[in-house]
Every structure is written in structure tokens, then in C-alpha cells.
Design a binder for this molecule. Structure first.
Ligand code: G6P
Ligand code: MG
Length: 213
């Protein structure tokens, strides 16, 4: 039986990808190029610095480390402004209900996110208390597809990886979960997340029955 569920944040619980996109596009525009929504797909699940490197590669811009630090900081300030206005209306469909069901039957709940803004967002949307353990970008040294974030989650919950199920919208996150020895439910499209053990289009499709299968 499943003893714990570990949830990614961006793209699973809230659609913050749109805010990341606005902030990255603003940065790209300042640097003199545009950044499409299609290109933005490549940034999902990727850490802040890695995202900046992909963005600069798309724009064909080369910068030294100090300048990159500066730009990453700037992007984050814009992003923080954008998420400051979030509230519980931004929780994606089915999330609160599914978390409540898990809690009722005693399945542990963890967050496994690459974002350093994860706790701010959980507070804004009022879901902080639903999580037994929160592992975010401030706790990890290796980004997805490395399994570190999920292994730390399982360890903190004292649950063996084989009894954990991960919920992920990013390809890198699905890979991270699999290499952690966990089962994974992809949240998004079957074509993109074909490596996952099961795929739903949102948590509204999840039930306790489906979780055990
Ligand atoms: C998540 C998002 C990425 C984001 C990363 C770091 O993985 O999917 O788009 O770049 O977190 O977020 P942060 O808030 O620390 O910049
Ligand atoms: Mg995500």
C-alpha cells in the first residue's frame, strides 16, 4: 500500500509557470530578444540558474557568472512581485479534495519542489498545513532529474521509497522520481510524460483507488 505522496508544486498544485514565464520574458526583452511560450516548456522543473542558462542560450547571449547572478536575482524579484498576489483561487482543480482524502486515510503528504519560493506560495494559497514535510529549492544541492529532492522527502517522512508515489508535471521530475525508486503519476499530457506509471490531466482525476493501482 501507498504510505506517502510527494507533490511537485509548480504545475501540479498551482500554475505558477505563467508567472515564471512573464518574468523570464521580461528579462529576455531587456536583453534584446523574445522568448516564446513554447521555449518556456524547457524551463519547467529546472532550477533558477539552469533556467537562465537555457534562456541565454536561446537568445544567443554570453555573460560572465557575476552578471548571471545579477540577472537571476532580478528575475526572481519580478517573480516574487507576481506571486505576492496569489490566493487560494489559484489552487488547481481537485488538489484540496485529494489532499484531504489522503489525510483522512493516513497517507503522509510531502512537497518536493525545486523552487526557493515554495513556502511563500504555500502560505499565500493557504495549503502549508496540509504538508507533513516540505523539501524545496533551499534544501537541495542537485536539481531534478537527480532524485535528491524526493529521497530527502521520503527520509524526512520515514517512509521507504517503494511506498511513495510522486506527482509531477515535468519530464525531469518524472525521471527524478523513477530514479528514486518511486512510482510516479504524471500531471499533464500522456505524450510528454510517457515514462510515468500513470498520467492524469489534473489532480481532479485522482482517487485513492487509482493511487493503489
Ligand atoms: C520549479 C519550476 C521552475 C523554476 C524552479 C526554481 O521547478 O518548475 O520553472 O525555475 O522551480 O524556482 P525558483 O522559485 O527558486 O526560482
Ligand atoms: Mg513542476
Amino acid at each position: 500500500p501507498v504510505k506517502a505522496c510527494i507533490f511537485d508544486l509548480d504545475g501540479v498544485i498551482v500554475d505558477t509557470a505563467k508567472y515564471h514565464y512573464l518574468a523570464w520574458r521580461r528579462l529576455a526583452n531587456e536583453l534584446g530578444f523574445d522568448f516564446s511560450e513554447e521555449d518556456n516548456e524547457r524551463l519547467k522543473g529546472v532550477s533558477r540558474m539552469d533556467s537562465l542558462n537555457i534562456l541565454l542560450e536561446i537568445g544567443g547571449v554570453q555573460l560572465d557568472e557575476a552578471r548571471k547572478e545579477e540577472l537571476a536575482k532580478k528575475k526572481n524579484e519580478w517573480y516574487v512581485e507576481l506571486i505576492a498576489h496569489m490566493d487560494d483561487k489559484e489552487i488547481l482543480a481537485g488538489t484540496t479534495q485529494f489532499l484531504t482524502e489522503l489525510q483522512k486515510v493516513g497517507v503522509k503528504i510531502a512537497l518536493g519542489s525545486a523552487s526557493k519560493n515554495a513556502k511563500t506560495i504555500l502560505k499565500r494559497i493557504g495549503l502549508m498545513e496540509m504538508f507533513d514535510v516540505i523539501i524545496d529549492g533551499t534544501d537541495i544541492s542537485k536539481a531534478k532529474p537527480d532524485p535528491e529532492v524526493f529521497l530527502l522527502g521520503a527520509e524526512a517522512l520515514k517512509v521507504e521509497p517503494s511506498a511513495c508515489v510522486v506527482f509531477e508535471d515535468a519530464v525531469s521530475g518524472v525521471e527524478a522520481a523513477l530514479s528514486a525508486g518511486m512510482r510516479v503519476v504524471g500531471v499533464g499530457s500522456k505524450e510528454t510524460l510517457y515514462k510515468a506509471n500513470d498520467v492524469v490531466s489534473s489532480l481532479a482525476e485522482m482517487t485513492l483507488d487509482r493511487l493503489e493501482k
